[in-house]
Design a protein around this ligand. Structure first.
Ligand code: ADE
Length: 313
């Protein structure tokens, strides 16, 4: 329910929040264009993560459309496995996004502390990611920067995906063909290619070759993340981005000793050069087929959000 709706139900006139409605605490996240603070709403005592963006910096760096996209996407997503946007407001210099506070921080921190996850925990978090991607892709949204830093954890240790600053909303036509963007727009004008977004280690080959992302690009990132949770390392490594890109394009990676055959089979079906051949994409039977992979044996898909995740240890 929006701020306006709840105010109307309470018989109050909806008023926009202001920075003075919050007590700002420690910095809990920093990006190139924003700082995220832990903040307490004075009236309710509730804690939030407030993302503060500097207007001048955004305008100077021509990032306005990314900020608008992030807001639009967060407003569309309505699922337990995503950070929620509660309020937005602005003052003369800054924009404010009031987001749910994911108290347990980044999945990456847990991975670094434990070196790697066991197969059971990996299965669980991969299953949560599959459900989140299914919801997002059904709405025609692609994340384009999925990685363990952008997967936060709430009090119940469930995932809360964040950072939609690189995301894209597909139009109807793009949504119906697995989200693969056409290489030409109607007419003779070549479509302006998107500039590179994302993080080198998780970027899919189609983004490197045709500079176009599709929903299947998030499935590639899922394959990288499952490999990383089980082994502690990303599949494509290198000292420079260029070396990483070369390996991605050649599908040059190896499984370490002890990587189970069922996990290996799943990763091999996600890390496929051709986007329309990845398990989970519409051409391959969609999310139903992905959920049926033997790696996920024992997952009761209908009740994952209500269940208690395995303890990470
Ligand atoms: N760091 C960045 N965003 C956050 C959030 N919503 N919750 C917790 N930590 C964060």
């Amino acid at each position: 329910m929006s701020q306006d709706d709840s105010a109307k139900l309470n018989g109050k006139k909806a008023t926009k929040k202001t920075p003075n409605d919050f007590i700002f605490g420690k910095v809990i996240g920093e990006g190139s264009f924003s700082t995220v603070y832990l903040a307490k709403e004075i009236e309710s005592g509730n804690e939030f993560a407030v993302k503060v963006l500097d207007k001048r910096h955004i305008m100077r760096e021509k990032k306005t459309q990314y900020v608008m996209r992030e807001k639009e996407v967060l407003m569309k997503l309505n699922h337990a496995f995503f950070i929620r946007l509660f309020y937005t407001f602005q003052d003369h210099d800054r924009l404010y996004f009031v987001l749910s506070y994911a108290r347990q921080g980044e999945l990456l921190d847990y991975l670094n502390r434990l070196s790697c996850f066991d197969e059971n925990s990996t299965k669980w978090y991969a299953a949560e990611l599959v459900l989140a991607l299914e919801h997002m892709h059904n709405l025609g949204v692609i994340h384009r920067d999925l990685k363990p830093e952008n997967i936060l954890l709430n009090d119940g240790m469930h995932i809360q995906i964040t950072d939609f600053g690189s995301s894209k909303i597909l139009d109807k036509q793009e949504s119906s063909n697995s989200g693969q963007e056409p290489s030409q727009e109607s007419g003779n004008q070549p479509k302006r290619k998107n500039s590179f977004v994302g993080t080198a280690q998780y970027v899919s080959p189609e983004i490197l070759t045709s500079k176009t992302a599709c929903s299947s690009s998030d499935l590639w990132a899922l394959g990288c993340i499952i490999y990383q949770l089980l082994s502690g390392l990303v599949p494509f490594r290198g000292g420079h981005e260029y070396q990483i890109f070369q390996k991605i394009m050649k599908l040059e990676y190896e499984f370490p000793d002890g990587f189970s055959s069922v996990a290996r089979d799943l990763v091999e079906k996600l890390l496929v050069i051709e986007p329309s051949e990845r398990l989970g994409c519409p051409e391959q039977g969609g999310y139903e087929r992905l959920k049926q992979h033997p790696f996920f044996e024992g997952i009761d898909w209908d009740i994952v959000p209500e269940q208690k995740p395995p303890t990470l240890q």
